[in-house]
Design a protein around this ligand. Structure first.
Ligand SMILES: C[S@@+](CC[C@H](N)C(=O)[O-])C[C@H]1O[C@@H](n2cnc3c(N)ncnc32)[C@H](O)[C@@H]1O
Length: 354
């Protein structure tokens, strides 16, 4: 056997991660889900069961978005939140090879993977430009004078980010209490907690996620820090939140703790990533970057985001910058929510540039 052949065989034979039991449980062990191109059938089965495979994101309201954006070949568009690239891919299909889509994301880790995936599908630099950029800077994407015919923003976090314990986005998995959309920049949620006073934390919980037990939870977290505990992991934080609700009747406690954990993580994520500030700037700049009759659709996932979108659209409509805006929110169908539970809280609003 030649030396080259032996080397090739060694390269091919990479052992998969070992897991205990019959099914992989941890994110890193789900080797099939993490390679959707190689294990397409397994991934399709998981989606069929109403679950999101690890390392993947199922795009929400695709039909509703495309029906509104009315994308035509030769147009120029922006996906302000690339994520897994599901919406980008569908919008690229509408261009039929003519025109261009710019897609941006603050997360350099997932954007790189998405870029590779879309390139493999044949979407190269001639039709798609992927930039590592915060959508607060949408005015920096195109050269001066050029405008977008359509813009999409699908706010929040992707399933890949939520499901990866190393990113610290979910109370469900143990991992470092990070929560940064861009893990190369800014401070982690663990570091932020150490800098906050009780009243600041209470305000963050109230303003960013309408947490009804903000007072009790803020007090419990700050007391724990004063006692010298370093809250460094997601499990530590969710345990403190759960303990803070021990005054509730036993029958209500479990469900309330789950919802409060979700809201506390959301509130911290919004805070450390300055999500409201970025959204505000994006909404302010939108009318300047849209071409006449240009269309924008925005998907939000909590009331704080929806309030900002609704207010900005209404204000610019009253000022004559938009010719039409959505009167009501559009929601995913019951069928979509059933297939993808993460669609439940989604609300879509749209506007058309005058
Ligand atoms: C819900 S996911 C988008 C999923 C995507 N539409 C798809 O179909 O795969 C939201 C994405 O927006 C990104 N994001 C959040 N805030 C951002 C910001 N201010 N600027 C740019 N990207 C942002 C997140 O990193 C995440 O990848």
């Amino acid at each position: 056997m030649s030396e080259d052949k032996t080397k090739d065989q060694e390269k091919e034979h990479v052992r998969r991660v070992r897991y205990s039991g019959t099914h992989p449980r941890k994110f890193q062990e789900k080797y099939k889900e993490l390679q959707p191109q190689k294990y397409a059938e397994d991934v399709a089965q998981i989606i069929q069961k109403g679950k999101t495979p690890a390392g993947m994101h199922i795009s929400i309201c695709v039909k509703e978005i495309l029906d509104f954006l009315l994308i035509k070949p030769s147009q120029i568009g922006l996906d302000a939140t690339l994520g897994y690239g599901g919406h980008t891919q569908k919008m690229l299909e509408c261009l039929r090879g003519e025109g261009h889509i710019y897609a941006i994301d603050v997360d350099p880790v997932e954007s790189e993977k998405t870029k590779k995936r879309l390139e493999e599908l044949g979407y190269g630099a001639d039709i798609l430009t992927i930039l590592h950029l915060n959508f607060a800077n949408i005015d920096k994407v195109l050269e001066q004078g050029k405008k977008f015919d359509f813009v999409l923003a699908d706010l929040g976090v992707s399933s890949m980010q939520i499901d990866n314990p190393q990113r610290g986005f979910s109370y469900k998995y143990d991992g470092p209490l990070d929560l940064r959309l861009n893990p190369e920049k800014g401070i982690t949620a663990a570091q932020r907690l150490n800098k906050l006073s009780e009243s600041e934390l209470e305000r963050i919980l109230l303003e960013n996620s309408d947490e009804p037990y903000a007072k009790q939870i803020a007090r419990a977290i700050i007391m724990e820090i004063r006692r010298g505990t370093k809250i460094a992991t997601t499990k530590q934080l969710s345990q403190i939140v759960t303990n803070a609700l021990s005054f509730l009747p036993a029958g209500e406690r479990k469900d309330a703790a789950k919802k409060s954990c979700q809201r506390v993580f959301q509130a911290l994520r919004v805070d450390i990533n300055k999500e409201f500030e970025a959204l505000y700037e994006f909404l302010e700049k939108l009318p300047q970057v849209l071409a006449p009759n240009g269309r924008v659709a925005i998907l939000t996932f909590h009331s704080g985001e929806d309030r900002l979108v609704k207010k900005a659209f209404k204000q610019f409509f009253n000022e004559g910058l938009y010719s039409e805006i959505a009167k009501d929110v559009i929601r995913p169908s019951a069928e979509e929510c059933c297939k993808n539970p993460r669609a439940h809280s989604a609300k879509m609003r749209w506007a058309i540039k005058a």
